[in-house]
Write a protein that binds this ligand. Sequence first.
Ligand SMILES: *Cc1c(COP(=O)(O)O)cnc(C)c1O
Length: 467
Amino acid sequence: MNAVHPPLAVAERSTQDWQAADAAHFLHPFTDFQALARKGSRIITRGDNIYVWDSDGHKILDAMSGLWCVNVGYGQPALIEAATRQMSELPFYNSFFQTTTPPAIELAELLAELTPPQFRHVFFSGSGSEGNDTVVRMVRRYWDLLGQPERQVIISRRNAYHGSTLAGASLGGMSAMHAQGGLPIPGIVHIEQPFWWQLGRGRSREEFGLEAAGWLEQKILEVGAERVAAFIGEPVQGAGGVIIPPETYWPEVQRICDRYDVLLVSDEVICGFGRTGHWFGCERFGSRPDLMTFAKGVSSGYVPLGGVMVGERVARVLIEQGGEFEHGYTYSGHPVACAVAVANLRLMRQLGLVERVREETGPHLAKLYERLKEHPLVGDAETCGLMGALQLVKDKASATPFPEEQQVGMLCRAHCFASGLIMRAVGDRMIVAPPLVITLEQIDDMGRLITHCLDQTWAELREKAWW
Ligand SMILES: *Cc1c(COP(=O)(O)O)cnc(C)c1O
């Protein structure tokens, strides 16, 4: 930027101008920098309710809630006012050195109330990735304090997403991430994911769920139970493609963790705060975790905030036997973030959003997805609360996938953007997670857009003779 000229206001800069400056200076996350520079970024300038607008004025239905986080929708005055008020009162103070601030205490108190009864304590971070770094530090510390320092290994799953820091990416099961930078870090091992469509067809979902949980037991025995500190999983894998486990999976995982005295960590960064129609995904799927990572929906993404709920089993040891825990972040308990989160959670309660997802909007989305199953491109359609996945296939009857190099998911995603819909592609799995404030009528609108985009994709495939 040329410092001589003051920067122009948003409205005065053209899309091309934004794109040029972006390409010149901004390295985006999870991005092929060169490919994006050639194409130019989409610049999002405004949001309201479930819609965002780009710099050319196009209105887009944001069926991904930003990045799984804007659960109360854009432009909620209660959150904006909470931020503004706290900014002028006290924009920052830390929680190191035996101090803290009222919003951090209030949020801790509220989280203890909203989370399952084993949780009475919270450790704050600035993001989900940092929360999972805290998890690694905490579970290893816990076993150390109990005189079992050899319990260091954490078991996770392939195609899991637990963030992008060294620990987060190591816990995650994304091979492309592991390939860059020598990951995973030592002491983290993976088992296969409970993805019925890919791995379990031919068996009932229930049978497959037990089988997939059994892989955990096998791994524990292989590593040696006396060396296993914890198992971590998302109740529903989000970034991996909305992989909804069979109903039998989590209760069996719980049984196995209990049997071998392994700590259970539920990564609730996406599933937490109403996404599944319950406050937390573990409540929906019947597990009783010792630790829960959260972020995203806790503040509806208005400001960065994350953390770890610490169950009494672990908290008592850390508190009573631990001495100083040598870990924390400058922004642990950031007062503005915490004030916004308190306002967000109160608003969710006031609107009865979690109940609405469970009883109205979630079932409505499920019905829509039953209908979408009929589409020639759709091999499987599943929902859980307000998350949905469409598996695009070349042949329905045999569940034959498209060749990977055709990138059919990306073709479909391009039709979505062009039609004013944000739907994400994970391979050929098209996923949505709209804001929890979405209405029944808006779900119908979204359904019409999805159908239109599937039709367009199908037409393009036939044109290319790929169908
Ligand atoms: C997004 C996500 C994270 C990482 O959170 P960040 O705030 O991006 O660091 C961790 N776990 C899950 C399940 C996520 O979806």
